[in-house]
Design a protein around this ligand. Structure first.
Ligand code: ATR
Length: 286
């Protein structure tokens, strides 16, 4: 039986559809090389109609893979098809990291861990806030809301164009969460200590509304999970009035750490060199 932490040659993958633009091979490929570890990390395009078979083959004792990442559009299906799911992924109903252990296929979701690990690295003390405002209620928002709640933030406001989606997440994650439509956004920023954009507003040069970040606390942090462009309109607005900001690229890098450690047996570091490599990859494919 394979042990997920043995140090012999290991293969891991990222499966999605489409998969061409995934940055994960750059990240894991860099770490394999940097630590001199024997292994590969491969992109696999899996169409939705083939995903069930893909998961069955992964569970087989003869699978060549020690584990892998799951990305759009398979995260929800993966969470239902594994043998064991951890509480984080179970509550989210979405898995992004799989590994084989003791003959069983296990799953977790590292998006939320990646989000908080990035803020811990870039802006220590960010979590000493009473009120956080999160814009957006899609798949990315879900993992962030869960992570903020688990970090103990006592008042988390989720604001979304479609208020029903915000309400669904507030119901799912419990007491610290409150749901609102867009019209409440400006007044919610009053005295807030953290703003997170999880929507596509500002992505790839699209417009984003002007927000009254000056109503937030003097030392409030503004962060965006969009990383193309790196300096999004929301981050620019915050910088212009002197607020600290954290861009979205670090979340992508940090969410990859737990998977790499499981498959290849080494906890990797998120370095400036890795960040530069991924930035170059983004620019090369812009
Ligand atoms: P992801 O999984 O990346 O979060 P998603 O599930 O499609 O993607 O969610 C996109 C988010 O961006 C949603 O919160 C969406 O709002 P709706 O739920 O109302 O669709 C938000 N969004 C996208 N375009 C927007 C826009 N022009 N104005 C406001 N919100 C927008």
């Amino acid at each position: 039986m394979r042990d997920s932490r043995e140090t012999s040659f290991a293969r891991a993958f990222v499966a999605g559809y489409p998969i061409k633009h995934s940055r994960s091979p750059v990240i894991h490929g860099h770490w394999l090389q940097a630590y001199g570890l024997p292994g590969t990390y491969e992109k696999i395009a899996v169409a939705p109609e083939d995903f069930g078979d893909f998961m069955l083959r992964l569970k087989d004792a003869d699978s060549p893979y020690r584990g892998g990442n799951i990305t759009i559009p398979h995260k929800e299906a993966a969470s239902r098809l594994v043998d064991r799911i951890d509480p984080v992924a179970e509550e989210l109903g979405a898995a992004n990291t799989l590994w084989r252990e003791d003959g069983l296929l296990h799953a977790t979701n590292t998006d939320g861990i990646g989000f908080v690990a990035n803020l811990d690295a870039q802006h220590p003390g960010w979590d000493k806030v009473d009120r956080a405002v999160v814009l957006g209620a899609g798949g990315a928002s879900r993992a962030i809301l869960q992570a903020l709640r688990d970090r103990g933030i006592s008042e988390i406001h989720v604001v979304n164009r479609t208020i029903e989606r915000a309400q669904e997440l507030a119901d799912r994650f419990g007491a610290p969460l409150h749901a609102h439509g867009m019209d409440a956004l400006n007044s919610l920023l009053d005295g807030a200590g953290l703003f997170v954009n999880t929507t596509s507003l500002g992505m790839d040069g699209t417009a984003a509304p002007l927000l009254p970040f000056d109503r937030m606390k003097n030392d409030a942090l503004v962060t965006d999970i969009v990383y193309v462009p790196l300096k999004t309109p929301f981050l620019q607005q915050a910088e212009q009035i002197g607020l600290p900001t954290v861009d979205g690229l670090g979340m992508l890098l940090h969410q990859a750490v737990p998977g790499f450690e499981r498959w290849f047996g080494q906890k990797p570091e998120v370095t400036a060199e890795l960040r530069q490599l991924v930035l170059e990859d983004i620019e090369a494919h812009a």
